[in-house]
Ligand binder design. Structure first.
Ligand SMILES: NC(=O)c1ccc[n+]([C@@H]2O[C@H](COP(=O)([O-])OP(=O)(O)OC[C@H]3O[C@@H](n4cnc5c(N)ncnc54)[C@H](O)[C@@H]3O)[C@@H](O)[C@H]2O)c1
Length: 388
């Protein structure tokens, strides 16, 4: 099948920049797609980071230390940008104004003000496709839950719980990095870092919290600074957000949690929905399994746990009996972004898009209210502007 090549530049060649390179290198994994990304240029302020690309990604023709030089490169049509949160506002706006499509990393700005500036640039450049990274909803088990919600299978929603939990920060000897500093990660702390992952599906389903009561914790107060001393950890380690969701037809509680210190959990993303006609759960802790409990009045309440087949949004060469993993979800997310660039939102080969900038903006409104709730110790009303 002839493929339309989308020429990419990568800004920020750290942990996530390399994941994209790996997904692009594995494109033959996908079947039936008529588009393909090609990373032609890379940029990182630290030349050692771009060196890995030059050594491992044969399509890379140019490496820059100044992202403005990459933006001036006419061969680059689209950008993946994965830099610390304090740089999102300036760099994302420059990318959008340069007319390049952007898959940016969350949280899309270090705070609400930065996010609003990015959103204004998006409104001024509607020809550019801008999406946020959020890969977990592409797990087959999560896609199954999306399908059930879209089919209205749950009946009246009783309660929703969703979260994203890590635990490596339980180790107090882990050195400090930019994610523990307000100047680089933002006042949201773990919410800015992990929160859009948790909110992507609830917001896609239209479940916007009217109010939030936030419980934010700082657990490890200082860490080795890498120079023989200790440095203060300024950001929130864990956040529990008790939300009151009001939709046109329903009102229900939704508990969202983002935790850097959840003992025993490494990259555990989950969603649990309880409803009067069905309940269901998916967690990346058991990535093969989807649990569901269909219910009819007076009937038995029995959980059904199935090994979800490898049935992804985009077809792959992998047999249905095999397991799906993190790097597969990244590949699927990239397919959705390239599909949208090449075919437009209405012409995509499947309908589930990457997280929208509007969803990222909504996450900022919730996190801003959560900070207020934590400060006052009370419930904060979420200001949805004119959006909801
Ligand atoms: N989607 C996910 O699962 C996921 C996971 C981790 C991080 N992230 C997000 O990805 C982004 C980056 O996080 P990371 O973990 O890859 O960080 P990282 O520290 O591993 O990489 C960031 C890179 O940006 C580079 N950089 C800094 N300033 C720069 C500049 N002015 N120009 C160009 N490059 C610059 C750094 O040198 C570094 O190589 C953040 O927004 C983070 O929230 C997403």
């Amino acid at each position: 099948m002839a493929k339309t090549i989308v020429s990419f530049g990568v800004i920020g060649c750290g942990l996530m920049g390399k994941e994209f390179a790996s997904a692009a290198a594995r494109w033959c994994h996908l079947t039936g797609v008529d588009f393909e990304p090609r990373i032609v240029a890379v940029c990182d302020a630290n030349p050692a980071a771009t060196q890995w690309f030059e050594e491992n990604v044969p399509s890379v023709e140019r490496a820059y230390t100044d992202y403005k030089e990459l933006l001036a490169d006419p061969a680059v049509e689209a950008i993946y940008c994965a830099v610390p949160h304090n740089l999102h506002e300036r760099i994302y706006i420059d990318i959008i104004q340069a007319g390049k499509h952007l898959l940016g990393e969350k949280p899309f700005g270090i705070d609400l003000e930065a996010n609003e500036a990015i959103m204004a640039a998006i409104r001024e450049n509607p020809q550019v496709v801008v999406r946020s990274s959020s890969e977990f909803p592409f797990f087959p088990g999560a896609q199954q839950i999306v399908q059930w919600v879209n089919e209205g299978k749950f009946g009246r929603i009783i309660e929703v719980e969703a979260g994203f939990w890590h635990s490596s920060d339980l180790d107090p000897t882990k050195p400090i990095n930019w994610k523990r500093r307000i100047a680089t990660n933002g006042e949201y702390g773990c919410m800015g870092d992990l929160g859009l992952h948790v909110l992507h599906l609830p917001l896609r389903f239209g479940w916007k919290p009217a109010s939030v009561r936030a419980l934010l914790s700082k657990i490890v107060e200082e860490r080795p600074d890498g120079k023989g001393g200790m440095a203060p950890c300024e950001t929130w380690d864990n956040a529990i957000l008790a939300c009151d969701v009001k939709t046109a037809g329903q009102q229900f509680p939704m508990v969202l949690s983002t935790k850097r210190i959840a003992p025993g959990h490494a990259n555990t993303w989950f969603i649990r929905i309880q409803g009067t006609e069905m309940s269901a759960e998916f967690t990346t802790k058991n990535p093969k399994q989807v649990a569901s409990l269909p219910y009819t009045p007076g009937g038995q309440q029995a959980w059904h746990v199935v090994d979800a087949p490898y049935k992804s949004a985009y077809g792959t060469i992998t047999g249905g009996i095999f397991e799906f993993g993190f790097s597969d979800s990244i590949l699927q997310m990239w397919a959705a972004f390239c599909d949208e660039i090449v075919h437009g939102k209405d012409g995509m080969q499947q309908s589930f898009t990457c997280a929208l900038p509007e969803e990222a903006a909504d996450s900022h409104r919730l996190f801003t209210a959560a900070l207020e709730s934590d400060k006052t110790g009370g419930t904060a009303v979420v200001d949805w502007g004119n959006g909801a």
